[in-house]
Design a protein around this ligand. Structure first.
Ligand SMILES: Nc1nc2c(ncn2[C@@H]2O[C@H](COP(=O)(O)OP(=O)(O)O)[C@@H](O)[C@H]2O)c(=O)[nH]1
Ligand SMILES: [Mg+2]
Length: 245
């Protein structure tokens, strides 16, 4: 079972070495794919330096482009091309505990299409998040799941593992959404495809180094995206009814 861990980075020079070391400690055979968007703080160089020490760290640099969605699309493709059976996505800032990796991977190995490291199932939590941030994430998730009927508690989560087969079936390269919207749209695609989704409780810790890059604009984009997906679902249902399916 080949595992690749895709880590998108923007301005994470102070974090990237630690996260790569932690991943290597728990999954000695995993490939690490860092996707950096030309961070001015030298994140890519820091990633290459730690890669030289650890081995099997691929540093992919995008120039003149920003955005989490694009970084994931490219990182996933690289991971699949390198032969991964399981593709994990993980933040660089220490919010996601590498200690959870073995169980996330094991759940996929046992047949799940997607396992979400979830803050909003019993046992899951967020630590050191300001109340406002917590409320926004909690209600954003209720809104997305409620409107789209997702039956997933943490559709915006960025700590996940996909089976490569399921990932290919989602057509992830067609997803245009960015930021939290990317996570929601990927979840929506898998739910519609009747994929087997498992939520595993995690503790999400606010970063201690650097700062968040996900802005108000990204949040608003995700709200609009949910409505667009809802409209598309309705259209699809009507179309199928008309064709008598
Ligand atoms: N490649 C790339 N990575 C990004 C971008 N924006 C955020 N990231 C990375 O995505 C992860 C999550 O972003 P972060 O700012 O911590 O979001 P938050 O945890 O929701 O506050 C981190 O590893 C970031 O470095 C981007 O535009 N491009
Ligand atoms: Mg973060």
């Amino acid at each position: 079972m080949h595992v690749a861990v895709v880590v998108p980075t923007y301005q994470e020079a102070g974090n990237i070495a630690d996260v790569c070391r932690r991943v290597r400690d728990v999954l000695p055979d995993a490939r690490i794919v860092v996707v950096d968007d030309d961070s001015p703080d030298g994140t890519a160089d820091a990633a290459r330096a730690v890669g030289a020490e650890l081995g099997d760290v691929e540093v992919v640099e995008r120039h003149g482009e920003r955005g989490l969605g694009g970084a994931y699309r490219l990182g996933f493709r690289r991971a699949i091309d390198a032969g991964a059976d399981v593709v994990v996505q993980m933040d660089a800032d220490g919010s996601h505990d590498a200690g959870d990796l073995p169980v996330l991977v094991a759940i996929v190995a046992h047949g799940a299409d997607l396992v979400i490291g979830s803050r909003y199932v019993p046992g899951g939590r967020t630590v050191d998040w300001p109340r406002r941030r917590q409320a926004l994430s909690r209600w954003g998730n209720r809104y997305a799941a409620g409107v789209l009927g997702l039956a997933v508690n943490d559709a915006t989560a960025g700590y996940r593992a996909y089976s490569t087969d399921a990932l290919e079936r989602t057509g992830f390269e067609q997803v245009r959404a960015d930021g939290y919207g990317f996570q929601v749209e990927m979840t929506h695609r898998l739910v519609r495809a009747e994929g087997k989704i498992v939520e595993f409780p995690i503790t999400f810790r606010e970063r201690t180094v650097g700062r968040s890059k996900l802005s108000r604009g990204i949040v608003n984009e995700a709200f609009g995206l949910v409505l667009r997906l809802w409209v598309a679902d309705r259209r699809g249902r009507r179309e199928r009814r008309r064709r008598g399916m």
